[in-house]
Design a protein. Sequence first.
Length: 418
Amino acid sequence: MDPEVLLKVARKFGTPVYVYDEDQIRKNYRTFLSAIKSRYKNTRIRYALKANPSLAVCHILRQEDSGVDVVSEGELLTALKAGIKPKDIIFTNNSKTDKELTAAVDAGVIINLDSLHELYRLKKTIKDKKKSAKVSFRVNLAVDPKTHPKIATGLRESKFGIHLEGGLAFKAYGVAKGVKGLGITGVHTHIGSQITELGVFSETTEKIMEFACQLREELGIKLEFIDLGGGLGIPYMGENVPTPEAYAEAITSVVNGFKKRLGYEPELWLEPGRYIVGNAGVLLCRITGVKETPYKKFVNVDAGFNVLMRPAMYDSYHRVEVLNRVGDEATETYDVVGNICESGDVLAKGRRLPKVSEGDIIAFYDAGAYGFSMSSQYNLRPRPAEILVWGETAEVIRERETFEDLFRHQRVPKDLLK
Ligand code: LLP
């Protein structure tokens, strides 16, 4: 997005504020899908809603004909509200409550089971309700995604999925096959996020295809889909990361190699989150001033890790730019720090920037994924607004929270008011 457009948005809607570029979201979606589709026609995208679950974003993806991956009842309701068809929704999470299982059964979405206890509880739920359900299993393939440990999910020590090891996943399918009212529709895995090594995706695909063959050969199970999850990394620092084309080639060359042995052609499902919305979002903050200590120069801004959690949580790097000083020479080295009362609240460390002053607007780029969705009211700061930009238009898609919102759900027992 053009710095002038962003400055206008900051002036009009205030800061901190998240701004999303609709065209970029659509472009990312189409680039990703066409890379895979040109190599494996039967491909469907199941956008990972957790990356950016705003209703407006969800509507954009529904218009693009995407399905979604949801992980909670809130995300499920969001997807349904945006008009995504239940058959295009896959409900994943590693600790589903009975209430969530019931909601998923009622909605008729695909329930992606993560353990045998979920299977047994689902069996009871459909029996009690005299209903049927469509299921898949998330499998743990013991693949190291070579990413930040906090976003690695495919390791054998990970809490996610039913292990292939020890025949556990195979047994789960065997049990599910014998449950009346359960339709086995697919197999799923998601090994991690911000992955930049292609070999990891090939290994994952190889293992899951081998397993699909085993299900067909030994249990006679034909799957409607094979879901490889999300995980494709984006270049936060301008580094080289695999293109969607290279990613697609790594996956589909393996899938196509198994075609003959598998004997049928399941749909290939992919769940990108970050790739679709990451570079389409910017966080704008206002600089409150510069503080020079004997050791460092700090740029203070009007947001903290309650607004952008990623740097504190994963030591993530977000490129920054001072929008009203674009083109000025970078003469200073600053730590850009937030307003939260914790030392970990550093948003950007040791950055070369032009000399800044109070009132400047600073942009944190590539903040469209896991930005707003991980924000909180910590330190009792209302969450920021979200703005969608298309063409010449900028419109609020989520209002800035108010102080009222901080108190809305609180109750004080009468005795305490004396
Ligand atoms: N599918 C499942 C089941 C997932 O758990 C995730 C992300 C995705 C798909 C999408 O992965 P992506 O394409 O976005 O890499 N908060 C972290 C990322 C956590 C990812 C959680 N699961 C961050 O800010 O980097």
